[in-house]
Design a protein around this ligand. Sequence first.
Ligand code: FAD
Length: 430
Amino acid sequence: MKTIAIIGGGISGLATLHYLNERFAHTHKIVLYERQSSCGGNVHTLKEGDFLFEYGPNGFLDNQPETLQFIKELGVSVEVIEANAKAKKRYVQYKGRLVAFPLDPLSFSHFLPFTYIDSLRLLIEYFIPKGDNSNETIYNLVERRCGKAAAEYLFDPMITGIFAGDIKQLHAASAFPKLVEMENKYGSLLKAFIEQRKQGFQKPRMLSFKYGMETLIKVIVDRYKHQIHYQAIESINDIKADHIVMATPAYSASRLMYDRHPNLAKTLDEIHYAPIAVAGFGFAPDAFKRMPKGFGYLVPSNQHKDILGVLIESNVYAHRAPEGQWMVRVMMGGRHHPQVINDDHATIVSKALRELEKTYGLREHPTHQWVKVWPYAIPQYEMNFPRLRAKIQEELSHIPHLSLTGNYLQGISFNDSINHAKSIAYSIRL
Ligand SMILES: Cc1cc2nc3c(=O)[nH]c(=O)nc-3n(C[C@H](O)[C@H](O)[C@H](O)COP(=O)(O)OP(=O)(O)OC[C@H]3O[C@@H](n4cnc5c(N)ncnc54)[C@H](O)[C@@H]3O)c2cc1C
């Protein structure tokens, strides 16, 4: 019987395990190695009393049918919950104030950071001819089409919320392919927006699980527990298998392959990661002087703060805090402020509380607090990324029986990780 080994038990490795079982359960031996004492990687939910703290992802969008099908196959669709309607309202911090993020082009004129000229500049986008977007940063693309204010106050915070990245370094076609597609197909982003609305396009819904994102991890681990080994792999030379799937982050894959595939290892090691520190707090019902509204807020990088954003988790999803109480996460660091990982937990907590005090006014201390620091949180698809990805593919094409999967290849989200894992599992030929 042939053996397939997966290294890494985050969502990428676990999804690969599921899809390989779908294909080969009765014909091949499939094993997964995870170096921690539990699986999940970035996905980790902590439950303390009725508070639920997500160390990593807190949800996923419903626009990827693969993820919904995957959840269905694992029998946990009933556990899926949708974000509350009131969480649709998002804010951007501007000079210390929270301003509502405009949800459609007509509300741009009321968006505080925009002058009259900025709003007009945005509307003129409709008439600007299509440019060459094949090798641009997100900032350049947006500034070229919509103006500086749109790049700095609309796209910068949005990208911060996804990548914790630097919009002036992220490669548009790799990090935000939809934006590039919109310009290519419609010639204008505004036109694309209008056309998509005419065609009945619905904004994707945000989903999570009633008991947190780790629900999905637990169900996969439970189903395939006899195939999972909790063991750190030091080198792929230690694995005896007919095919190996590396489902670790790029820098770990690099270390594991250095001896055997030094060129591939060097390329993998060049992929940048942005760090994130997450401070979570439970608060009593009357803890805030000013009621935290909606989803929370994001901080544009030109406000020069090491706070990326504040998420009012108990507004977004049910079951995140006991009735009437608050669960809040403050995200810090990112590509602009990597020094956050040098802060000790007490410093992270006090910075986060200072932010909450300034924004909402604190009457009381939090009743609960948690901190998680991710030194390598999110891979950054920066300007060197197309070259690195092409080099990785070229190197891999000479190495039979080795596959790579993970969020550093075809999209950084939870959905992307599942999608990529499926395509890898179905591409293996033995
Ligand atoms: C703070 C944060 C918030 C996020 N929020 C969202 C969100 O809201 N929505 C969203 O869609 N995405 C979000 N993401 C991204 C999402 O979490 C990731 O894309 C996804 O979880 C990546 O999974 P992965 O399996 O590729 O990698 P990982 O989760 O990093 O898993 C890799 C696994 O490999 C294991 N491993 C490493 N080396 C070895 C070795 N030598 N031997 C054995 N095992 C090894 C690790 O222990 C780990 O378990 C967030 C990420 C972070 C960090």
